[in-house]
Design a protein around this ligand. Sequence first.
Ligand code: PEP
Ligand code: MG
Length: 587
Amino acid sequence: MDLAKNDMRLFSGIAASPGIAVGNLRTIDRRCARVDEYIVGQEGVAAEIERLKGAIAKTRVELETLKDHLISSTGDEHLFFIDTHLMILADERLFTETAAFIESGLINAEGALRQTIHRYREFFAGIEDVYLRERISDVETVIEKILCNMTGKAQAPISHDGTQTIIATHDVSPADILQMDRSRIIGIITEIGGTTTHTSILARAFELPAVAGVEGITDLLLDGSPVILDGLSGKVVVNPDRETFLDYLQRKRHYEYVESELLKAAVLPSETLDGHHVLLKGNVEVAEEGESVLRHGGEGVGLYRTEMLFMNRVAMPEEEEQYQVYSAMQQAIRPHPLTIRTLDAGGDKLLEGVVRVGEQNPAMGMRAIRLALSMPDEFKKQLRAILRVSAAGRVAVMFPMISGLEELRRARALLEEAKQELVQAEIAFDRNIRVGIMIEIPSAVVIADLLAREADFFSVGTNDLIQYSLAIDRSNEHLADMYQPLHPAVLRSLRRVVDAAHEAGIEASICGEMAGDPLFLPILLGLGFDELSMVASSIPRVKRLLRRCTIERAREITAACFGFSEASEVDLYLKSAITGSFEVSFD
Ligand code: PEP
Ligand code: MG
């Protein structure tokens, strides 16, 4: 089809960072990837290997220089990704595998690097965990930089032409996002990536709308065209016609109006009409998100997922590095409390070289607390780092995927050892640090009364609890309809957990996605949860509904929900009850 330059084009991708941006498209091809592969013969091999070495060394110097620059301009809390890239560069296999391709194929270094990236792509594509799969983007960024150094083509910084610019590019590195003029560059479209890449996380932290996974957009010669980027639905419209343009303008205004109204109300107390207070907190992965939690009206962090720090590396981070990273988070959120969850990761791909590889069923494999308990010295490094941060403010530690008392006791014993080591080293920490557990395995629900005697608080991980209770893989899009938060088994589990917690005099919170969806609020409130922790941008919507509820009405609604025996019935009833009682609709 031969489309005229000005025809409207619609693209669909992945909604990577919310918001609607309207501007001019600027296509940037930062790939030096379009390099030829050719035979150099046996006599050329040594020279190609030298070129490869030289380009890797040059890339390392560049990254270190960039790191120094960013430390002085933006502070060091953004630097986790450069460390990730340096780590990839330091991995011997990058060099040895590429050199092996040069030697076996008698080809140039650029061609060999292409083959290396293919191999990495294949490896990452086979990884089930979405987060880990998307780490390929970091590897690609590093290899691009090496290629650029080899071909002598410099990667120019991403710029704008003075107008409100939306960038379309194959991929964009987190460093690009930090360096770009974000007053002019108002949206990002990438051909690859997904919601959990470092780039998307930073885009969300900076509230820069983004759509990822729009294949082929940079090949279409659309430079300079007007474009609408909808980071809420993952749609991109190039050359919108008048009607579409006006429609999106309207949506943009509406979105921004609702967001600003919600934000204004975000500072109001999170309590019901009859004065019942429920703590609303944020879930975070990097320190950048701390400020956003506070701005959205969060009263602390209820779930700090520490996995990010452990990704893409051949060795575990040392205690000092962990301490620095957790401290940055604590500083971002203080004086509010911070709950740090210990490493919740699974096996081989993540910690390659450190733990056993190749599990058939990673969701039920060597993961989370099991993994931590299997390497006590590494686990204690993390515990000491967390304890050290506790000296500076209200910090709690939380263990993921506890299935029974043995695990909790062993984890607590290691925590005690970590405390003793700090005492001996005369390092300060909070001796009364609170120790919580995540309830996300059905066995933990069943013995919640026993666990409640030995934990200081519960936090329900509904994402996993639903998956394990209903035997529905949470990341399988084909089963999405069967993933039912309102399944009677899930509701009864929640009730059991909160009751067991309160009988033992400890608090119960929820930090799974259920906490951030206003639809579930009356039930969570009616059941008596003390705290809800969610992605920062959900806090204002949940707070708005909370402030329209009374605890009495929430309890009535909850009681009615327990009268149904199918999730779909509960869903129907809940929507109409909320709409009827609190003027919030779910269309
Ligand atoms: C959960 O399972 O609900 C949870 C919060 O943990 P994660 O999503 O990190 O597994
Ligand atoms: Mg979980």
